[in-house]
Design a protein around this ligand. Structure first.
Ligand code: SF4
Length: 315
């Protein structure tokens, strides 16, 4: 049965919910080996890299249950308004020298105000100057605003759906799922490279994971960032157990079956879920890229270690 599903995925034919259940119960080594072959067919072997900068931290009006930056919780995470453009320039220079491909401006909050929006535009121009792909993740923007960013060089727009529609009310009650879906839809319509994924380990079921993947597939996103919960003190998810390494690998491998021709990037939580050699493990399990450097409010894995590994794998 696994072999039949593998062939379907190799031909990018949609996997049904019943077939998905077979994958969830398949032997993990076999599953990973198939996922790697699907990845190689569609994505090749050279790992993709991206990095982010938290350009505005905290002060967010929303109440996403996992997030250190929500003003609804007291997490001790850094709180600051838009950072100086000099810091963005210094980071871009460093990332370009290291050979990172994409660099994204990330801001907390649902929508940036006018002053912040101008600074985002300036930041994208700076990133472009260093020949990195300028990306942004700055909330729920309209088509017109997305086009404004595209005109100054925006390459990819990132906006996570986080979880399945049917699970969303348990994670966030301050805005509708549809607001996020609309942002993703408008980014696709604007002709941007669209990066949208989620966070795993929040108590969602395998059925929720299937639902999210199918929504992303249908929306036509190009890249799926996958985050694993790092339970932050002060958030409602504080006491949640971290996902086991095998379960995280299975999620990745299954997502490769469901989204064979999309980029799958492992982002937040990699250092928490995987004991060692995390880049190597996730890339073998079907991921086609990793986020390097620090996460939004949490330190990441050493960039030297990651980029060394990436260089060797690309040789
Ligand atoms: S995930 Fe985004 S929208 Fe939700 S609380 Fe955090 S910063 Fe705000």
């Amino acid at each position: 049965m696994l072999n039949e599903i593998f062939k379907k995925s190799l031909n990018n034919i949609e996997i049904t919910a019943d077939e998905f259940n077979v994958l969830v119960n398949a032997d993990l080594d076999e599953l990973i080996s198939c996922a790697e072959r699907i990845k190689l067919k569609y994505m090749g072997s050279a790992p993709q890299t991206c990095a982010i900068i938290n350009a505005r931290s905290g002060l967010c009006s929303e109440n996403c249950a996992f997030c250190a930056q929500s003003s609804h919780f007291s997490t001790g995470a850094p709180v600051y308004k838009y950072i100086e453009l000099e810091r963005i320039e210094a980071a871009a220079k460093d990332l370009a020298a290291r050979g990172v491909e994409r660099f994204s401006i990330v801001t907390s909050g649902l929508v940036p105000d006018d002053e912040e929006f101008q600074k985002i535009k300036e930041s994208l121009k700076i990133i472009k100057k260093y020949r990195l792909k300028p990306d942004a993740s700055v909330g729920c923007l309209s088509y017109e605003k997305l086009m404004e960013l595209k005109e100054v060089g925006l390459d990819a727009y990132h906006h996570n759906l986080e979880v399945a529609r049917s699970f969303f009310p348990e994670i966030c009650t301050t805005h509708d799922y549809e607001t996020d879906v609309e942002t993703v839809r408008e980014s696709v319509r604007a002709g941007l490279y669209v990066c949208s994924g989620g966070i795993f380990g929040l108590g969602e079921t395998w059925a929720h994971r299937y639902e999210l993947a199918m929504t992303l597939r249908e929306l036509g996103v190009h890249s799926v960032p996958m985050n694993f919960l790092n339970p932050i003190k002060g958030t409602p998810k504080e006491g949640t157990s971290v996902l086991g390494e095998d379960e995280a690998l299975r999620i990745l491998a299954v997502y490769r079956f469901l989204l064979p021709d999309r980029s799958i990037r492992v982002c937040g939580g990699r250092s928490i879920v995987f004991s060692e050699r995390s880049a190597e493990k996730v890339l073998r399990a079907g991921a086609s890229g990793i986020m390097v450097g620090d996460y939004l409010t949490v330190k990441g894995i050493s960039m030297d270690e990651d980029m060394d590994f990436i260089r060797k794998s690309s040789e």
